[in-house]
Structures are given as C-alpha cells and as structure tokens.
Design a binder for this molecule. Structure first.
Ligand code: DC
Length: 208
C-alpha cells in the first residue's frame, strides 16, 4: 500500500505521515529532507541555490547529511524551497523517491508532489493544510520550545514566501491531487488529526 501525503510547510504532514506509517507498519520517507540536503549541500559547496548548475551539483551529497540537525533549520528550508524550483534537481531526486514508494509492502511518503508526480497511483492521498497564521504560530512555539530566538512576524512572512514559491513553480508545484482527501487540521489536536487521517485512508481503502 502506498500512502501519499502532501501539503505546505509546517502543516503537520510530517507528524501525520509518521503516525500513518506506524499505524500501518510501513516505512516512511520525508521527501522534504532530500531537498533540504540539496539546499545545505549548495551552501557547503559555496554555490548559489538559485543557479541551476550549482543546485544540480549539490544533488550529490553523502547520506550522512540526511541526519544533520541543521537540515531542520528554517534557513535550510528556505534553501530547499529555492533549489526545488529547478527541474534538473527534481529529476535527480525523482528515482530515489519512486523506488522508495514502490518497495515491497509499500510506503508512506510526504512532500509536495507525491500524489501528483511521485506516486500518482497511490492507494490513498491526503492533502494536509492549515492557514499560514496557524502554521506560523505552531512553528513559533516549536522554535521557542527548542530555545531558539524567534519572531512571529518574520516566521509568517517566510511561510507565505515559501507557499508562494512552492505553489507557483512550473515543475511539480505544490497542489492537491484531484483524488486527494483534504485535511485542514487548523482546529484539530495532533491526536484528532491523526485519527482523521487514518479514517480518510480507511475510507479510500474500502472504496477500492
Ligand atoms: O517539507 P519541507 O518543508 O521539509 O520541504 C522543504 C522544501 O523542499 C519545500 O519548501 C519545497 C521542497 N520540496 C519539494 O519541492 N517537493 C517535495 N516533495 C518535498 C519538498
């Protein structure tokens, strides 16, 4: 079984995907981490994230980079969003994701284009969202919880800029697949959002 979970930054799609993977005993891939690794590698190479050649060169990174906590930083998220615009970068990361999705037994993948490009035949597709303000409030709380100085207004501006870049790019933009179930978790606790996600997957499985 393949479960595709897409949605904008800080929507809670990672938490929901991890819980779905645990519930169904499937492996999980956070595909954003791959783009974050490319963004970080551009920086390490001294390159420019907006330059397609520099971004493509950064697609060669050691797997150990995927465990580097710096990948979780807001700044790396911004670099990831910039490198993800380049079709060459998307093509370079495509096969790894497709292979992961099609492993025996199936998988859960979360990202921006899982239901539309990476796994268009997924058994269940979710599009997880919440308003930019709700997402900024959550991100602010999360950063303060980690002892990081944070400014709500600048987090909100970053989230809006990322949404715009991710949605307006030509290649594989952030958008819900036509057959995705929309899950707005703005007013839900984490537990309720996970329950809603499991119910949506079950409904899809029963229909097929
Ligand atoms: O999910 P995330 O915030 O870790 O993703 C970081 C960036 O990577 C996001 O702004 C756009 C890009 N991305 C993408 O283009 N396609 C994906 N499947 C996953 C992430």
């Amino acid at each position: 079984m393949i479960i595709a979970v897409d949605g904008p930054t800080a929507s809670g799609k990672g938490t929901i995907s991890r819980a779905l993977a645990a519930h169904y005993g499937l492996r999980w891939l956070d595909t954003g981490l791959l783009y974050r690794a490319v963004g970080r590698q551009v920086e390490l190479n001294g390159g420019n994230a907006d330059d397609p050649a520099d971004a493509l060169a950064a697609c060669v990174f050691p797997d150990s980079l995927l465990d580097d906590p710096v990948l979780r930083d807001e700044a790396t998220g911004g670099l990831a969003s910039r490198v993800s615009i380049h079709p060459q970068v998307r093509a370079a990361l495509n096969q790894r994701q497709v292979d992961f999705a099609n492993q025996p037994g199936g998988a859960v993948l979360d990202g921006r284009d899982i239901g539309t490009v990476i796994a268009p035949n997924a058994d269940a597709k979710l599009f997880v969202t919440a308003s930019a303000e709700v997402r900024a409030t959550r991100r602010y709380g999360e950063m303060r919880g980690r002892g990081i100085m944070a400014n709500y207004e600048s987090i909100l501006a970053d989230i809006k800029a990322r949404d715009k870049r991710d949605s307006e790019r030509t290649d594989a933009p952030l958008k819900a697949a036509e057959d995705a179930v929309l899950l707005d978790n703005g007013n839900l606790t984490i537990g309720a959002a996970v329950q809603a996600a499991i119910a949506a997957v079950e409904a899809r499985l029963q229909r097929s």
